[in-house]
Design a protein around this ligand. Structure first.
Ligand code: PLP
Length: 344
């Protein structure tokens, strides 16, 4: 049996068209979009064409998008840039945010954990979907605060609604796009200061644009509707998987099972079991899964996102995350359930 990959929330293989577009762009569109000669102008044209295409799919204006190299970078630019403008006032933050979001928040003078909303709150940070549990979250109804949304896990899996936020971040490699391309979207007029100086991206993010990666991202966006439809169809497959493993063993619990969730994600608590050991056994058996956030793997630090849901340290060490690619097949998911049964 070939190896089976159930770690789509960590990263996804690029769509074949993305690979082809990038191969061609690296061979042909290598000029610097800031150069004023003909080669540079062609690169500039292709860059702006990609920006228009991506902006249209998000229903925003092209000039509101800033290309970055990763969502981690985009979140740092956004949150630190807001702190420079507003950081003497408090920020209200969802405690289960990704570390790429929590780390730059250290620049704020005061952080309150949602649902607490301090008076004079300057920004509210609430991810659209949790990378670990897949739980979907609404933006709290706040006025007079900059509403920040990390859409990395939602993009390409469920519809993304930008009407309830003022700034958002998207990652290419979670939705069939490449590494090296991510988006920062900001409504015009936000109180924000740029951190990376340079003429590119309207002085909001200095550094020569990675045109092949950006063209690859635009190619992935062309398949977004189809990708989202495939994800919607995963809900039944996921339900069958969860029923199968929980009916087998009463010490297995699906975290967030009753909440609205990403259709590809099962966050599973194997109560009393060592998650790291089970992860290693599944890997040996041919299954790539995750012990939680990819950024934590390799370290024994338990997931803060699980513990903020009220689970103990011991429980957090007993969790595995299974996240399906949009093309997951019933026999592959059955094979995973069978391996879990064998090993638990
Ligand atoms: N935000 C969330 C919710 C994520 O899942 C990730 C990646 O794991 C990131 C941010 C960081 O994305 P990138 O790998 O593009 O830096």
């Amino acid at each position: 049996m070939p190896r089976l990959y159930f770690d789509a929330n960590a990263t996804t293989p690029p769509h074949p068209e993305v690979v082809e577009v990038m191969r061609q762009a690296m061979a042909e569109d290598w000029a610097n979009p800031t150069s004023t000669h003909r080669e540079g102008q062609r690169a500039r044209f292709r860059l702006e064409e990609a920006r228009r295409e991506i902006a249209a799919s998000l229903a925003v204006a092209p000039g509101e998008l800033v290309f970055c190299a990763s969502a981690t970078e985009a979140l740092h630019l956004l949150i630190r840039g807001l702190a420079l403008a507003l950081g003497d006032r408090p920020a209200a933050v969802f405690p289960g945010e990704h570390s790429a979001c929590l780390n730059p928040l250290r620049d704020w003078s005061r952080i309150a954990w949602l649902p607490e909303l301090p008076r004079d709150c300057a920004t509210v940070v609430q991810m659209a979907a949790s990378n670990e549990t897949g739980i979907l979250y609404d933006m709290p109804p706040v006025l007079d605060a900059v509403r920040v949304r990390d859409c990395c896990q939602a993009w390409g899996k469920v519809p993304v609604d930008l009407s309830t936020c003022d700034a958002a971040v998207f990652s290419g490699h979670k939705m069939g796009g490449p590494r090296g391309a991510a988006l920062l979207w900001m409504r015009p007029g936000l109180p924000w200061e740029a951190l990376m100086e340079g003429p590119q991206e309207r002085r909001r993010r200095g550094g020569t644009e990675d045109l092949p990666a950006i063209l690859g991202l635009a190619a992935a966006v062309r398949h977004l509707t189809e990708r989202q439809a495939k994800h919607a169809a995963l809900a039944d497959l996921r339900a069958a998987f969860e029923t199968e493993i929980t009916s087998w063993n009463r010490d297995i619990e699906i975290i967030g099972q009753d909440s609205p969730r990403l259709p590809n994600t099962s966050c599973v608590l194997f109560r009393g079991r060592n998650g790291e050991a089970l992860h290693a056994s599944l890997d040996l058996a041919g299954f790539a899964v995750s012990t939680g956030s990819a950024c934590h793997s390799g370290s024994v630090k338990p997931s803060h996102a699980i513990m903020t849901l009220g689970y103990s340290l011991e429980d957090a060490r007993s969790v595995l995350r299974f996240s399906m690619l949009p093309d997951a097949q019933p026999d592959e998911v059955e094979a995973l359930a069978a391996a879990i049964k064998r090993l638990t």
